[in-house]
Design a binder for this molecule. Structure first.
Ligand code: SF4
Length: 185
């Protein structure tokens, strides 16, 4: 099948591409991440995804960055929701809606998402975020998917971020002393 893989980042996608290819699918990455707080960070994560695509011999499409639209549609009113809460479910819906539209418009048989690799993301919440019949419920955290993503991204030297993506997750990570709260870093 021709499969569009919504890639939340290069490291997570690195655990999905070989599995989909092994199943006989023709894979294209769909880098759609308007949830990311700054254009600079979007660029860093996009570069890592492009490196993975080049290494694995698959195509990549970049969905234009529009953080304003994401704030309006996904985050407004849910800024203080905790990670794994309602803001995240809305965030998944935002990106998967775009993946579904792209897949339909460009003749893909199916689409999947690398969001299910992370142990911080509940796969059933991700699966509930799109009712599109093309959506493959591929749970990439199974069979040590996260471990594989850590291993492959280290081998390929991929940039690995230390917060999920939006400014609210950055603030939470800064509060926990994981990163700096400075948006310019
Ligand atoms: S914490 Fe991550 S999943 Fe949740 S809203 Fe922010 S970017 Fe989206």
């Amino acid at each position: 099948m021709k499969v569009l893989l919504h890639a939340c980042c290069g490291p997570c996608a690195s655990a999905c591409v070989p599995r989909l290819v092994d199943e006989g699918h023709e894979v294209t990455l769909f880098f759609s991440n308007s949830n990311i707080d700054t254009a600079a960070e979007f660029g860093r994560r996009r570069e890592a995804a492009a490196r993975l695509a080049e290494n694995d011999g698959v195509g990549i499409v970049t969905d234009p960055y529009d953080h304003g639209a994401w704030l309006e549609e996904a985050a407004r009113g849910f800024e203080d929701a905790p990670e794994r809460g309602e803001r995240c479910a809305r965030c998944f819906r935002f990106s998967l809606k775009r993946a579904a539209a792209y897949a339909a418009a460009h003749g893909y048989d199916a689409f999947a998402t690398s969001l299910t690799v992370s142990p911080h993301k509940v796969s059933r919440t991700v699966f509930a975020a799109s009712a599109d019949p093309r959506f493959m419920h591929a749970d990439f955290k199974k069979k040590d998917g996260f471990k594989l993503s850590v291993k492959r991204s280290a081998e390929l030297g991929l940039y690995r971020q230390s917060y999920c993506g939006c400014e609210f997750s950055r603030q939470a990570a800064a509060k926990n002393g994981i990163i700096s709260g400075n948006k310019d870093l």
